[in-house]
Design a binder for this molecule. Structure first.
Ligand SMILES: CC(C)(COP(=O)(O)OP(=O)(O)OC[C@H]1O[C@@H](n2cnc3c(N)ncnc32)[C@H](O)[C@@H]1OP(=O)(O)O)[C@@H](O)C(=O)NCCC(=O)NCCS
Length: 193
């Protein structure tokens, strides 16, 4: 692994792939069949399970476990102590290792501090999950979700600013910071330029 920083307290099992310029901080454990892209940061006490795929430029803050069944695309941000899951209905006495439900976090999405993602959902591109939310349904692209269970309260730009768009209907607006144009049509937000 070239140009990868791995702190001396971290454990990276044989077979793991880690891209260049990725930083692996104190007490991280990466399992052997995990694949991690370029330019990522794995904060203190992060765990990355077997078969996990992590894209490029993904930031994982302290105390996050990325379990088998989770995939993180490029530019995803995982806030401190947020929680992934992979068994929907765990019981200590019942083996469910062949029943992992997949969680897909798409490009550019942010998962706020201390939120929980119930397995089996897909988080859309550039969606934003507020701190402490519990997500148990698929999240559309650019959606801002807060609360328990997480509710869709608005739309948010790639820059991370709320967009002046209704939840439903047809509308267009610009991101107050970047000036990019976003369109809401058929309940879907897309960036137009
Ligand atoms: C979502 C967030 C970005 C705020 O966005 P915003 O566009 O400024 O939204 P507002 O603060 O205007 O909030 C809109 C409404 O949602 C509520 N809200 C905002 N964040 C919330 C949250 N995390 N949980 C519950 N409700 C929340 C607000 O109270 C407000 O409700 P109201 O209209 O009834 O008053 C911010 O609250 C947040 O959760 N950031 C994540 C921080 C984080 O985890 N960082 C990790 C790296 S350290």
């Amino acid at each position: 692994m070239k140009d990868v920083f791995i702190h001396s307290s971290a454990i990276v099992d044989d077979g793991a792939t880690i891209g260049s310029e990725t930083r692996v901080w104190h007490w991280v454990h990466v399992c052997g069949s995990a694949t991690i892209g370029r330019g990522c940061s794995l904060g203190q006490n992060v765990f990355v399970g077997n078969k996990v795929k992590i894209g490029n430029n993904v930031k994982i803050q302290n105390n996050v476990s990325v379990y088998e069944g989770v995939e993180l695309e490029n530019d995803v941000f995982c806030g401190p102590s947020m929680v992934f899951t992979n068994v929907y209905n765990p019981r200590s006495a019942i083996e469910r290792k062949d029943q992992y439900r997949k969680t897909l976090v798409q490009q550019g999405a942010t998962l706020g501090a201390n939120c929980t993602i119930v397995c089996g959902v897909s988080i859309g591109r550039y969606a934003f999950v507020g701190a402490g939310a519990v997500v148990n349904k698929d999240v559309p692209d650019y959606a801002l979700m807060v609360g328990v269970p997480a509710r869709h309260i608005g739309w948010i730009s790639e820059f991370g600013e709320q967009l002046n768009l209704p939840l439903k209907g047809d509308a267009e607006t610009t991101c107050p910071h970047s000036g990019n144009t976003y369109e809401l049509k058929n309940n879907t937000v897309t960036r137009k330029d």
